[in-house]
Design a protein around this ligand. Structure first.
Ligand SMILES: Cc1ncc(COP(=O)(O)O)c(C=O)c1O
Length: 371
């Protein structure tokens, strides 16, 4: 192995950078524990698999993969913009909504700016700011929810973005229409709120859940993020989208990789966008299975955080999330401990299929019976 020391070091902003820790893969756990069957309930993917319409389009696209993709994902942008009665120029497509979060940071944030997030907010906002050396103002959550009032009050003259995952990951909690309305009325006008709606299709069954695109987008400059990774079942393809004022889209488009969305990902996302049968079926199963899981976990004595997404967060004291996570791994079930969100006594589990959830609950019982 080449052990030569390179004469360069990483940027000073990155010296203390803590990377994102992704959920473990099924293959890795099979290998590590010599298991033949592993259930993954760690990354909030759709347990029913991908949208069948997307799979058909993906297969059909195979012959065309020797060509570079269309640079702007124009057909997908057109479909999304007309679906929401927006202008084409108000839509940006990213390799997952993660890419759009990073593009927002790379395009707009400097070491002189800051962003506001809540303490247990989805990690990528903080990481994107850290990448640019931007200060992060962290606001404690209130009852596991974003404290929108406190977040608006925390914004300073140098705040560019307030990031709000609604519902939030890893807590699953959401902020209501009236909370959001009040927040927007008191947020200083120079701040651009970013509403991350990765779990929108699951959350929208709640009557007081706000749809930012339909209800608020035209009222003040804001960014709304959505993804094909969750209910549409395309996490492995990496496609997300952002709705933003045209000037923001234009600036981000300038610096994004020219071919950021692959040929297959573009056509699969187009096919998935109107696969409402699959979305409805997925949301229905999620609602049922979340109820089953929450009910059983409560019976077992755990305190479960109410969730509007496709996962549940629950308190595993007197054990820690990490200990339970490790013990579950040995039983072939991948969940998620959330130490990095400063919730060491909690475990997050994605609502799986009925069979997966049964196995998860059985394994959890064994873990807590274990001395
Ligand atoms: C709140 C939230 N936003 C964004 C993402 C990123 O999704 P993707 O990059 O796959 O679109 C996730 C993924 O778990 C999430 O939970």
């Amino acid at each position: 192995m080449n052990k030569l020391q390179p004469p360069i070091s990483v940027r000073p902003e990155l010296q203390k950078y803590k990377e994102y820790i992704p959920g473990l893969s099924i293959e890795e756990i099979k290998r590590r524990y010599s298991l033949t069957k592993v259930i993954k309930l760690a990354s909030n993917e759709n347990p029913l698999g991908p949208s069948p319409k997307a799979v058909a389009a993906y297969k059909k696209a195979a012959e065309g993969i020797f060509r570079y993709p269309e640079s702007r994902s124009i057909d997908l942008r057109r479909m999304i913009s007309s679906g929401f009665s927006l202008d084409l120029e108000q839509v940006i497509i990213g390799a997952g909504s993660d890419e759009i979060i990073e593009l927002l940071a790379k395009t707009f944030l400097t070491p002189k700016d800051d962003i506001v997030v809540s303490a247990s907010a989805f990690m990528q906002y903080r990481l994107a700011a850290d990448l640019m050396g931007t200060n992060v103002i962290t606001v404690p959550m209130k009852g596991m929810k974003h404290d929108l009032k406190a977040m608006a009050a925390a914004a300073t003259k140098t705040t560019k973005f307030v990031f709000i995952a609604n519902p939030n990951n890893p807590t699953g909690t959401y902020n209501s229409t009236s909370e959001v309305e009040y927040f927007l009325s008191v947020l200083p006008s120079q701040v651009v709120p970013v509403f991350d709606e990765a779990y929108f299709e699951y959350a929208v069954v709640k009557k007081d859940y706000p749809s930012m695109i339909d209800e608020f987008f035209n009222k003040r400059p804001m960014v709304v993020l959505r993804t094909f990774s969750k209910v549409f079942g395309l996490a492995g393809l990496r496609v997300g989208y952002g709705i933003a004022p045209e000037a923001l889209v234009r600036a981000m488009d300038k610096i994004r990789q020219p071919f950021n969305i692959s040929v297959a990902a573009q056509v699969a996302a187009e096919a998935a966008f109107y696969d409402s049968d699959f979305v409805n079926k997925s949301v229905k199963m999620n609602e049922e299975q979340k109820d089953v899981l929450a009910g059983e976990l409560t019976k077992m004595g755990f305190s479960v955080v109410p969730s509007a997404a496709n996962f549940l967060l629950f308190n595993v004291q007197p054990l820690t999330g990490h200990v339970v996570f490790e013990r579950m791994l040995r039983r072939g079930i991948i969940t998620r401990s959330v130490d990095e969100y400063e919730l060491p006594e909690y475990l997050r589990v994605t609502a799986g299929t009925p069979e997966e959830n049964k196995k998860f609950l059985q394994a959890l019982k064994e873990v807590f019976e274990q001395k």
